[in-house]
Design a protein around this ligand. Structure first.
Ligand SMILES: NC(=O)c1ccc[n+]([C@@H]2O[C@H](COP(=O)([O-])OP(=O)(O)OC[C@H]3O[C@@H](n4cnc5c(N)ncnc54)[C@H](O)[C@@H]3O)[C@@H](O)[C@H]2O)c1
Length: 287
């Protein structure tokens, strides 16, 4: 597997949300492969701790405090990354948050926060980094972290799920744009399956008890069934190196979700989820 990632050796990686979970795993494994890594996170202390640990193992790592919901913060990240480590080879727009609640019960601030981080964070990441990559004219990668949830539907997680559909759509259109430009920039959509991270522990909810129960069940489910962030990264990076567009941590689940989505759309079916799927998530139709 190490050989399959050789293309990344000596390059610079910038990973948002690198202070925890999948982003932390990506930073650690990229550094292991000989990449210089910039760890961007709103939680500067966590990003710095990971960077410190990477440096302790002989790697090159720089932690920066970045709020991906602020376009200027990403502009600064692009400039600081270039200044520290030169041209960026791999950008992973990975930072994301969960927010749970009925669509009409989330506050305007909760909606804006979720969409600004999960969608605008990646858009402005591309806006800040792609011109530099295009100008450099070297092989480069832009990967956006979506989710297998971006191939499906889920009540209560509406704000999150729609943001992940958006990440897939953004990645597809961006890939076509790079093809029009004949740019040596590979675009990928990362669709993680269950990974045991802090995402649901940190997740916001609306005020109702049902959303809180759903959040707690999702957290417990990831803790019980999820792979580690580092294992996720060990599955993701070789697929990026191989220039796959659809990058998965759990290929069989991804195929199942994609197949279900394709059948659902081909049949123009009504939105529906089986009762047992809802029950497994702590949800039920109210009587
Ligand atoms: N964990 C899973 O099972 C899973 C599944 C599918 C997709 N994902 C996606 O993977 C990505 C990483 O999630 P994770 O599970 O590792 O979560 P995580 O909560 O462990 O890590 C996310 C990191 O993003 C940072 N972050 C939050 N808001 C930010 C902001 N405004 N600016 C910069 N950084 C910010 C957090 O501080 C945190 O360190 C997310 O996009 C998530 O939607 C996760």
């Amino acid at each position: 597997m190490a050989n399959s990632m050789r293309v990344f050796q000596g390059g610079t990686a910038v990973i948002t949300g690198a202070g925890s979970g999948i982003g932390e795993g990506l930073a650690r494994v990229a550094a292991e492969q000989g990449m210089r890594v910039v760890l961007a996170d709103i939680a500067g202390d966590r990003a710095e701790a990971v960077a410190e640990s990477i440096r302790g193992q002989g790697g090159e790592a720089l932690a920066l405090v970045v709020d991906v919901s602020e376009p200027q913060s990403l502009d600064r990240l692009a400039a600081q990354s270039q200044e520290a480590f030169g041209d960026v080879m791999l950008l992973v727009n990975n930072a994301g948050v969960e927010t749970l609640g009925f669509s009409w019960e989330l506050s305007a601030e909760q909606w804006e926060k979720t969409l600004n981080i999960n969608i605008h964070g990646a858009i402005h990441g591309v806006r800040a980094f792609a011109p530099r990559m295009l100008a450099a004219g070297k092989p480069a990668w832009i990967a956006n972290t979506a989710s297998i949830g971006g191939l499906g539907m889920m009540p209560i997680q509406t704000s999150y799920i729609l943001s992940k559909h958006a990440m897939i759509s953004f990645s597809e259109c961006l890939s076509l744009e790079m093809q029009l430009k004949q740019a040596p920039i590979h675009v990928a959509a990362i669709l993680p399956g269950p990974v045991a991270t802090r995402i649901f522990a940190d997740g916001g909810t609306s005020a109702d008890a049902g959303s809180e129960q759903h959040r707690a069940m999702m957290h417990n489910m990831l803790e019980a069934d999820g792979i580690s962030g580092e294992e996720a990264a060990r599955r993701i990076l070789p697929q990026l190196a191989a220039r796959e567009f659809w990058v998965s941590t759990h290929p069989e689940i991804t195929r199942e979700f994609a197949g279900n989505r394709a059948r659902h759309l081909a049949g123009l079916e009504q939105p529906a989820l089986p009762a047992e799927v809802l029950a497994a998530m702590g949800l039920a139709v109210e009587s």
